[in-house]
Write a protein of this length. Structure first.
Ligand code: NAI
Length: 333
């Protein structure tokens, strides 16, 4: 096979990663070594002499890891995800390591999931499931509201935000949006309005985050922004955990200022998400407190997790690697 002499160190491997990457690798023939540990300064030595490293959302690609990878002769980091906030790009450039990612593998997967958690949270499906299994057929505490005629604020109208807005078209809602680069053509076609963040906070019944995490917008949902929101607002985050100051969110939930939150991501998720920790105690008191609220739905960064998305992630990641090796890579970070 064309690339059989190219070794790839694949970190944070789960059974589904292996299945989809092996399937897509039939067309490339890379020599992929699947490692279970996450990439970090302790595990980086496993990638010794691997020209290519493949990593995911909770791998640690900070300066220390990158410096060691450079010493070990890694030339390419192929991220198998869209977000890249966990990569120190300045350090990668300094060490002449190229970084690629998968900018779009299935905006539908995340957008459909966002609608799913909104409906689940509003109608307490997550609680109803458990109650009925316990022969408890009471519906006390499950009162929701019609989504129809409500105002949904979408922060970030890129691929996922826009797909979410398309899906919302069938629900008869009012849509407000905020984005530093407004897409006015889409706004005209899909009947939504760009407003300032403050106006979006003040008018929305549901706020959904679809922007990337950058140094400028860390903790954009904080005590001050929550104070500007409607009482009873729902906050949905399928983007990145650090967009929300979770301690401030908890205060808002305790004061009933926030009516509910659906969180597929959490700012300190790295130690927990994707692992079965059912036999251990949670040391993170903020996460533990979040999990006590009946009106908070936490899921383990799974919005992307569809067959279509995993197929695309495998194919595009391996194509990025092939393009890099053949000098055809057009988009790098
Ligand atoms: P995209 O790059 O197509 O769109 C992002 C949009 O956000 C752009 O229009 C950009 O101008 C806008 N933006 C940037 N900073 C902003 C700010 N401060 N306020 C408002 N808007 C801002 O990205 P895409 O594909 O729509 O993905 C969005 C995010 O979703 C990714 O960055 C990633 O963090 C997250 N994601 C989460 C997944 C999950 O499984 N939970 C899976 C895939 C992506």
């Amino acid at each position: 096979m064309k690339f059989s002499n190219i070794k790839i160190a694949f970190f944070d491997t789960k059974p589904y990663d292996r299945r989809f990457f092996e399937q897509e690798n039939e067309s490339f023939g890379f020599d992929i070594h699947f490692f279970e540990p996450r990439l970090n300064p302790d595990s980086v030595s496993m990638a010794h002499d691997y020209p290519v490293v493949c990593a995911f959302v909770n791998d640690n690609l900070g300066a220390a890891t990158l410096e060691q990878l450079a010493k070990q002769k890694t030339k390419l980091i192929a991220m198998r995800c869209a977000g890249f906030n966990n990569v120190d790009l300045a350090a990668a450039h300094r060490h002449d390591i190229t970084v690629t990612r998968v900018p779009a593998y299935s905006p539908r997967a995340v957008a459909e999931y966002t609608l799913g958690v909104l409906l689940t949270l509003n109608r307490s499906l997550h609680r109803a499931y458990n109650r009925v299994r316990d022969n408890n057929f009471s519906i006390n505490g499950f009162l929701g509201f019609d989504i129809f005629d409500k105002t949904i604020g979408v922060i970030g109208t890129g691929k996922i935000g826009l797909t979410f807005i398309q899906i919302l078209q069938g629900l008869g809602v009012h849509i407000l949006a905020s984005d530093p680069y407004p897409n006015q053509a889409a706004a005209a076609e899909l009947h939504y309005d760009y407003v300032s963040l403050d106006e979006l906070y003040a008018r929305s019944d549901v706020i959904s985050l679809h922007c990337p995490l950058t140094p400028d917008n860390q903790h954009m949902i904080n005590r001050r922004s929550i104070a500007k929101m409607k009482t009873g607002v729902y906050i949905i985050n399928t983007s990145r955990g650090k967009l929300i100051d979770t301690a401030a969110l908890i205060v808002g939930l305790k004061k009933h200022k926030i009516g509910g939150a659906a969180l597929d991501v959490y700012e300190e998720e790295g130690d927990y998400f994707y692992e079965d920790l059912s036999a251990s105690a949670i040391a993170d008191d903020i996460l533990a407190r979040l999990l006590t609220f009946p009106n908070v739905l936490v899921t383990s960064h799974q919005a992307f997790f569809t067959r279509e998305a995993l197929t695309n992630i495998g194919r595009i990641t391996l194509q990025n690697i092939a393009d890099f090796l053949e000098g055809k890579l057009t988009i790098k970070l």
